[in-house]
Design a protein. Structure first.
Length: 277
């Protein structure tokens, strides 16, 4: 099957899986990344190693029409931030890291944890005019526990999404014809900085969800005039007799007292960006 691919390194295993499933990749689309939180080096390296044309410019209708005329059968997107045109005969499918129709939007993984949901999933759907609203080709759920973090959810998705992508291309025509409409759903906006911020006086549940939802990316602990970026941490219930915000060291690990517990900091930074733990 001749395809084009659009995405960046977060779901790069999908690109590898599509090639392993027998797809001929004709062109790769990505976008400029900061190489701090987002990367495209694997995607562009894949293309360059195989002599496949790639671009980080926004995909256009003209691009897709040219691919279709050259014999391309479909475009697969996985983590591509730009809207993909739908005024083209080329069939376009998207890999979305949520169990649609719940969790439409750009960053559903932390939202899943912030909402305290017990299930998420991966969905491959047709690209439609509405964001993440296209008919579903294939999807698979997975459980989300109270110990899951953004990082563990991402690893689960990176393992599941390539397998589903390979399944889709093996039965692409049949799945495309029998795709299931989504019906009513929910669009989740990208979390704001305020939704990523907590204080020692907030409830343990709120602090725990925020710390887990942005593990590896960073949430914000507000301590009066100071703000600390919590890259990785853990909420420990019970045992906090000190006033909220009190700092102590336990076996060299900094901990802040919360209402009814402690926040253990495994990796944090000052607001200016210096590494603290």
């Amino acid at each position: 099957m001749k395809i084009a691919y659009a995405g960046f390194d977060l779901l790069y295993p999908c690109l590898e899986a599509l090639e392993a499933a027998g797809c001929e990749v004709m062109r790769v689309f990505t976008y400029p990344t900061d190489n701090v939180y987002e990367f495209n080096r694997q995607v562009t390296g894949f293309a360059e190693a195989r002599g496949i044309p790639w671009t980080d410019a926004r995909v256009t209708s003209a691009d897709l029409n040219a691919l279709w005329e050259a014999g391309c059968e479909a475009l697969f997107s996985a983590g591509y931030i730009y809207r993909i045109p739908v005024d083209t005969p080329l069939r376009c499918a998207n890999v979305h890291p949520a169990l649609l129709p719940l969790g439409r939007g750009p960053w559903p993984m932390p939202c899943t944890i912030l909402r305290g949901l017990s299930e998420s999933g991966v969905t491959i759907h047709k690209v439609a005019a509405g964001l993440d609203t296209g008919d579903i080709l294939l999807q698979e759920p997975f459980p989300v526990t109270g110990q899951d973090t953004l990082e563990t959810m991402t690893e689960t998705i990176r393992a599941l999404a390539p397998r589903l992508a390979a399944q889709v291309v093996q039965s692409f025509d049949q799945l495309w014809e029998k795709a299931v409409p989504q019906g009513e759903g929910e669009y989740w906006k990208e979390p704001t900085e305020e939704e990523m911020t907590f204080t020692p006086w907030d409830s343990l549940e709120r602090v725990d969800r925020i710390v887990r939802a942005f593990a590896g990316y960073g949430s914000f602990l507000r301590l009066g005039e100071e703000t600390l970026t919590v890259v990785r941490g853990e909420v420990i219930p019970g045992g906090a007799e000190a006033p909220p915000g009190t700092l102590r060291l336990e076996h060299g690990i900094p901990q802040y007292a919360l209402k009814g517990g402690w926040l253990r900091l495994y990796e944090s930074q000052t607001h200016e960006g210096g590494n603290q733990a």
